[in-house]
Design a protein around this ligand. Structure first.
Ligand code: URA
Length: 202
């Protein structure tokens, strides 16, 4: 008999903890479910938990999370009112020496994990979703997108939910030049600010 569809976030978290829908659960420490209010007008979707998130069991608590938190504040938003999640719920990595290095999830893993994201959307009923980076954009639209071509633009998903695609905060961490990094951070904050302005206008 198939398991019942979870009707609360707590039930969803319990179901996610048992997930074997793709092989990533085998090496990860634990599943990292989405977090935030049961009803949130804004949902943010990242790629997948990183090393820190895998250990803590919470999304965006490592270096990318710190940039995201700062940008959320600078955009005039509050993280506590946003449902923050990932397209893929287990950390995918390869071992290099003593380090676990992030590996990008593939189309199969993204597709298998969409099951959980669809359930999150059914429960949280966001008015607007912000996709952070290409993996989240792919999970939400079913297509490969070039972030620079679509960022900050208000899009509509098949079910009518509105979508804004922007950069992944960890891409900012990889920019070596300080001035360039500041510029890209400003563009990221601007995308979040626009997203905040779209809320309540649909
Ligand atoms: N990167 C993500 O996409 N999600 C996290 O939770 C942390 C880093």
């Amino acid at each position: 008999m198939s398991n019942p569809v979870p009707h609360t976030l707590a039930a969803l978290r319990r179901a996610e903890a048992q997930c074997t829908r793709c092989p990533l659960y085998r090496n990860a420490t634990q599943v990292v479910p989405g977090e935030g209010p049961q009803r949130a007008s804004l949902m943010m979707v990242g790629e997948q938990p990183g090393n820190d998130e895998d250990l803590a069991g919470h999304p965006f608590v490592g270096p990318a999370g710190r940039i995201l938190d700062r940008a959320i504040g600078d955009a005039g938003l509050e993280r506590s009112s946003i449902f923050v999640t990932n397209a893929v719920k287990h950390f995918k990595f390869e071992i290099r020496g003593k380090r676990r290095l992030h590996k990008r999830p593939d189309a199969y893993e993204i597709g298998r994990c969409k099951w959980w994201n669809d359930l999150e959307r059914r429960l949280v009923k966001p008015e607007l979703i912000v996709a952070l980076g290409a993996t989240a954009a792919r999970s939400l639209t079913g297509k490969s997108v070039v972030i620079q071509n679509v960022r900050g633009v208000l899009l509509t998903l098949d079910d009518g939910v509105r979508l804004v695609i922007t950069a992944h905060p960890s891409s900012l961490l990889r920019i070596p030049d300080h001035i360039d990094r500041q510029r890209q951070y400003g563009a990221f904050v601007e995308d979040l600010r626009r997203s905040a302005a779209y809320l309540g206008t649909g």
